[in-house]
Design a protein around this ligand. Sequence first.
Ligand code: COA
Length: 260
Amino acid sequence: MAYRNLDIGNRGAVRIITVNRPDKLNALNRDTLNELTLAFAQAAQDDAVRTVVLAGAGDKAFVAGADIAEMNGYTPVQAQGFSRAGQRLMSSIERLGKPVVARIQGFALGGGMELAMACHLRVASEKARFGQPEINLGLIPGFGGTQRLLRLAGRGAALELCLTGAMVGAQRAYELGVVNRVVAPEALDETVDALADQLAASAPLAAAGILDAILQGGEMALDQGLEFETQAFALAFSTEDMREGTTAFLEKRKAEFKGR
Ligand code: COA
């Protein structure tokens, strides 16, 4: 299918998905949500894709939120469908089974911050701005923001950002644990590329096990989460990659992982 609101590219084993509505600061309308859902499903199914980078087109915004013009006319039933579609997309990114890196050069607001938080790692330019400004529209976050911000940054920060609707800079987002790395704008691409390349070269089944153990195991009680980790650890011993990784270490050579 041809995408109208996304650009899709590949760099080696890295799939690059770019939200491409720069004249609307890459706001998420229903079509864009649907296209993102399809693009991530394709990335999940394609064995040649080992890592995904999610970006927003233009200099100004990663994604400036859900599309306010579209939401303005929604009935509650349409809003429920929109929220569910957004939440499904965010969960599908979180559960992709491959690392997803958000490249954030500008505004990541509302649904844009929620989209960034559904990714596994976030690299931000010093110019990036984060916020959950829904309250200024008489709304609340509806794509998982109340839950993911709570889990990433804790209750105090989640309540402050959602209740005030205030924007924070990249450095503050880093201090809150929302962002993994903050770099100068001119270093953003090289930092994202290097991180994505590193992730793409790592053992894919081990990466999937880590994502499962931290994201699913982290929602369980400690004893259950630890047991979940043990099962994922044991499963790794069924893979060729584990034999290759440990043998390569013992033979003092670089491992070549095949995802088997
Ligand atoms: N939904 C729909 N359109 C949006 C949008 C959104 N979330 N965010 C920006 N746009 C549109 C603007 O309406 C404008 O369109 P126009 O040129 O047709 O009028 C265009 O993108 C550029 O935005 P503009 O507001 O002119 O840029 P700015 O630099 O003055 O301000 C922001 C940037 C991010 C501060 C401002 O656009 C903003 O507050 N956006 C909404 C953020 C928000 O509340 N997000 C949460 C939604 S739930």
